[in-house]
Design a protein around this ligand. Structure first.
Ligand code: IFL
Length: 452
């Protein structure tokens, strides 16, 4: 009996020693994993500019929504391609990538598959590990990332899919129904749904407080993250958004940005807004939406063809009038940013290949001219230290190719910058688009001359 008690004591001691050891080593690990990078290494706002490591930090960026997908170890991913794309972008002077952090599973055709989230609280860990891997690769290359946490549009599930999970009504694909007004109203109903907001915050918490499985570092402590972004192109509602809806939208932005800052006070937070065209052309709304103390900078997007300012079947003929609007749009937002007193990033713009074709072999003369003109417009205020803090072109297709005669993405195809709701090759820049790439590289060199 004594023997048994003694043995149990020893065994208990052993267990305690093991527990203590575990506690010690796991707390040592946790301490290591949680070791914050020096505050200096985080992108900060200084007046109406960004700063990193004590130097100005202008953004020479691209959009690459699928970058986390490429990082997955499963057959969804392609780590060799990811490394190649990042190396190519680095060699072009790209220092920032705007990337989708989460996607919601949906049954519609024009949505990316698989999704990181298969239902409320049901995450695809393998895909999230892909995001971890991507973040580790980015840090190695001294680039930064803007991670968006939702989508107003259908191609990653987004707000509409949240609403389908809330009320069980099937998600409508506006590519099929052509009812964009109805779709936008449905997406915006997300701001008013207590259940959707609760689940959205859970997802935000899941990502923001995640510990990277590759580096062991908490996302909160990762200086490679430049900004958490509420969503891709959130709008207050459709073209008839009421004053009440506008107020709900502003309140939503203020509430969620405050929530993110509670979880992570060191990273910047942004909205992902398109600017005036995503704010029913209401300058007061745009300014109100970006004046909250937890919104660190403004964003805007410019889509001269999507918005009907030029006609893709007659790019040359409709150019002058369309570009005049684009030019004014680019500058007017820099003026607005001055009034709000925050930096602004042109984080999306793009144009079709010549003739509106999708074929990679089609020339890009008008697109090239467009890119050059956009860069010329941005450069003057940038040089003068006005609030324009950089740009991300839309989007990097890189080495992706499609073999589909109709250019529509199907599960298993290469991921490219053109998301699955649009023809593959519409706006994205392929690694073979030498003339456009040369223009981007030249502008990035100028930008880097400011980052000294
Ligand atoms: O693909 C689109 C994406 O949803 C976006 N803005 C415009 C892109 C091109 O139409 O965020």
């Amino acid at each position: 009996m004594k023997k048994i008690i003694y043995f149990n004591k020893v065994k208990n001691l052993g267990i305690w020693a093991a527990i203590l050891g575990l506690c010690f080593s796991s707390s040592a690990f946790a301490a290591d994993a949680k070791k914050a990078e020096p505050q200096q290494a985080f992108v900060k706002v200084k007046g109406t500019q960004f700063e990193k490591s004590g130097k100005p930090y202008y953004i020479a960026g691209t959009n690459m929504w699928y970058a986390g997908y490429l990082g997955a170890a499963s057959k969804v991913g392609n780590r060799a391609r990811l490394a190649k794309e990042l190396d190519t972008l680095k060699s072009l002077g790209v220092n920032n990538l705007r990337v989708l952090a989460v996607s919601e599973k949906s049954d519609i055709n024009s949505v990316v598959k698989p999704a990181t989230t298969n239902g409320f609280g049901n995450y695809d860990e393998e895909l999230l590990k892909g995001l971890d891997y991507f973040m580790a690769e980015v840090a190695k290359r001294d680039m930064t990332v803007v991670l968006y946490l939702n989508n107003y549009w259908q191609w990653s599930g987004g707000m509409s899919q949240y609403m389908s999970w809330v009320d069980g009504k099937p998600m409508q694909d506006p590519n099929v129904t052509k009812d964009w007004e109805g779709f936008m109203a449905r997406s915006a109903s997300f701001y008013q749904s207590a259940k959707a907001q609760e689940e959205y915050r859970k997802t935000i918490k899941k990502i923001v407080t995640r510990v990277n499985t590759v580096t062991g570092k908490s996302y909160v402590d990762d200086a490679a993250i430049m900004s958490w972004q509420l969503a891709n192109e959130p709008r207050p509602g459709n073209s008839k958004a009421s004053d009440k809806e506008k107020q709900i939208y502003v309140d939503w932005i203020n509430g969620v940005t405050a929530y993110i800052k509670e979880l992570d006070p060191h990273h910047l937070v942004s909205t992902g807004s398109e600017g005036l065209m995503g704010s029913v052309n209401d300058a007061k709304l745009l300014s109100d939406a970006h004046s909250g103390k937890h919104v660190d900078y403004m964003t805007y997007h410019m889509w001269i063809r999507n918005w009907g300012w030029i006609d893709k079947t007659n790019l040359e003929g409709t150019w002058d009038a369309g570009w005049a609007k684009g030019h004014a749009y680019l500058l007017s937002h820099i003026e607005l940013a001055k009034k709000v007193g925050k930096p602004i990033v042109l984080e999306e713009f793009g144009l079709d290949r010549d003739g509106g074709a999708y074929d990679i072999k089609t020339t890009t003369k008008i697109r090239d001219r467009f890119y050059q003109q956009v860069f010329d417009v941005l450069w003057t205020p940038m040089k003068k230290g006005e609030p324009i803090a950089g740009y991300n072109f839309w989007a990097w297709n890189g080495a992706a190719r499609t073999a589909r005669p109709n250019y529509w993405w199907q599960e298993g195809d290469d991921y490219m910058g053109d998301p699955p709701q649009e023809e593959q090759g519409m706006y994205g820049i392929f690694d073979s688009d030498a003339s456009t790439i040369a223009i981007i590289k030249r502008f990035n060199e100028k930008i880097h001359s400011l980052n000294q």
